[in-house]
Design a protein around this ligand. Sequence first.
Ligand code: GRG
Length: 294
Amino acid sequence: MSFKEKYNMYVDMVNSELKNILPSTHTMSTRVCEAMKYSLMAGGKRIRPVLTLSVCEMFGCDIQKAIPFACAVEFIHVGSLIHDDLPCMDDDDLRRGQPSCHIKYDEATAVLAGDGLFFSAFEILLLAKKFGVNESDMLKACDLLSKMSGIDGMVGGQTMDMFIEQNGADESMVEVMQQRKTAALIQAACCLGGVAAGVNDNYFEILNNYALSLGLAFQVCDDVLDVTGTENILGKPVGSDIEENKVNSVSLLGLEKAKMKAKKYTENAISELNKLPNNQFLMNLTKFLLNRDH
Ligand code: GRG
């Protein structure tokens, strides 16, 4: 199976499970359920759940065990994008080239759709018991996902991003912000695959290091794509981050140095990956993410 076929196979598995677990719309909360579904099914690349499933599989474990974890991570990711687009945050009318959740619905519905996705994520994660994950591993997964999403992870990173926009920052502060805002959930995605597979502490640490470098590379590429892409990752016009005076890798270092930084992080990720078994798919994915065009 080619890399692309395998990637699509993982995406299909995630999408069919997401459809099964989407909240029922036959309730008094129809509008918020529709908004959750709209954003979940709006064409995301599904990188994080693909990481969860492929990590689980590289250790020879049945991927079914990792499906609830993969879906839980995607729920958090999509919820964070909905909140990120709100007028009080990044104020973006477009996401993946389509109206953002608060434009398609309204602001209050978008806040609640994000909240709904965050809480449902943990409900879904706990479905792992039905797929053969034991309770102590589920607790470990729950601990990881909540930490990587909360103050030490995405929420903290987004807060730093807002602070930096007002006060400026140097390279090391931007790196901490990027680790928390973006890499943390990618770390959770990879480590949850490891938890589902029951990996030992040594492999767990390697996975965590791999995912940190991958997540940092991913964010720097995102900053680069804002300038070089035909349409940037948010579906916004090219260069909009720079025009809005965002402090990111490109505004701090310039385009060429930012590209070199993404390459360096990718090399670090690859050197961690070399310590793991059956790494061919993840090797291809790591290189693909460095060279992606959206
Ligand atoms: C409560 C978890 C929680 C979060 C709220 C709003 C917020 C705090 C955090 C925002 C974090 C954020 C938007 C980080 C950007 C990460 C990033 C590069 C997203 C783009 O990811 P892709 O390209 O998206 O994987 P697709 O569209 O493919 O799903």
